[in-house]
Write a protein that binds this ligand. Structure first.
Ligand SMILES: [Zn+2]
Length: 315
């Protein structure tokens, strides 16, 4: 390690142990984030600024948190103890960047492993995705499925800006894409979401839609409709709204895949989705007491949400 590189010393300073080998073991990669152009810039713990690819790390003993740039994580050699702790982040970023450039590309094993570990995809989603992974000529419904899972990966893992998150929600005909933590927080600050709405959504935003209970799914979709309707003026200019309403195609080639569909294809996709949801339903632990509380609270709150959403007819 070059002596001018400040990162190890900064990590040790935030740790209980005072040697590098012991200190780095206290840390874990909490989540990664890719900033968009025009977003507030961030600095790496090493002092480098601005950085776009962020690794949010957490000390499991002290709960101290820090932001380290992917550029620094890449510097750890294979024999460095930090490599085992943070090592996969660069591979995850590489794959995320590929998906951001091409929504029809497939995720790497490193990204899929990371997504499984974080609970972003359910087992059946992962299975379905991997079944089609090697295929070059996908049928329309298979491609639609791949794009949908790629979106889950992008939002569940790279945590995009509120504006980008809003556009994804706006383009999603099912309204079941996740809003992502930033847009959820933004909607709460703008009083579009109540505190109960916020508490619910912030707890489940990164979970696969298929892994939620039936009530949670409905509640989430209702919140998405509320966000779409009430924050339109914040993120979409009038020209875009007109284009979207007058035509079934949308902003990009990837979203036009989502929004245009024939009846037969829709039926096949729906069948697949239904089968997947039935499978997922078996996988989730319905007896979890915290989940029960969320479900009960969401059922109470959903009456208000539905009332306000009755006005949303253009979607
Ligand atoms: Zn750095």
């Amino acid at each position: 390690m070059a002596s001018s590189w400040q990162l190890p010393a900064e990590i040790i300073a935030l740790s209980r142990a005072k040697t590098w080998v012991a200190a780095v073991q206290e840390w874990d990669l909490d989540y990664i984030e890719r900033l968009e152009a025009g977003e507030d810039s961030e600095s790496c713990l090493c002092g480098n600024t601005p950085i776009i690819e962020l690794c949010h790390i957490i000390n499991t003993k002290t709960q101290n948190t820090a932001v380290v740039g992917n550029h620094c994580i890449q510097k750890f050699e294979k024999d460095d103890p930090a490599h085992a702790v943070f090592g996969n982040a660069p591979k995850v970023f590489r794959s995320i960047n590929k998906l951001l450039n091409d929504s029809k590309a497939t995720a790497s094993k490193a990204l899929l492993d990371y997504a499984s570990k974080k609970g972003v995809l359910t087992k059946s989603q992962l299975r379905g995705y991997e079944e089609d992974k090697g295929k070059r000529n996908l049928r329309f419904c298979e491609l639609k499925y791949r794009v949908k899972i790629n979106n889950l990966l992008i939002f569940g893992i790279a945590v995009k800006t509120e504006k980008a998150a809003y556009k994804r929600l706006f383009q999603d005909p099912d309204h079941d894409t996740t809003a992502g933590p930033k847009l959820i927080k933004y909607a709460f600050e703008k009083r579009v979401l109540t505190k109960s709405n916020y508490d619910f959504y912030i707890k489940i935003w990164d979970k696969a839609h298929g892994s939620l209970t039936v009530k949670q799914k409905k509640y989430k979709v209702d919140l998405n409709k509320k966000i779409i309707n009430q924050l339109k003026a914040d993120f979409i200019d009038n020209r875009e709204i007109q284009n979207s309403c007058s035509s079934s195609s949308s902003y990009s080639s990837s979203s036009s895949i989502i929004s245009s569909s024939t009846n037969s294809i829709r039926t096949a996709a729906e069948k697949r989705k239904k089968r997947e949801e039935e499978e997922d339903f078996d996988l989730i632990d319905l007896s979890s007491s915290s989940e029960e509380r969320v479900t009960i609270r969401s059922a109470k709150r959903s009456r208000n949400v539905i009332e306000s959403d009755d006005e949303i007819s253009e979607f």
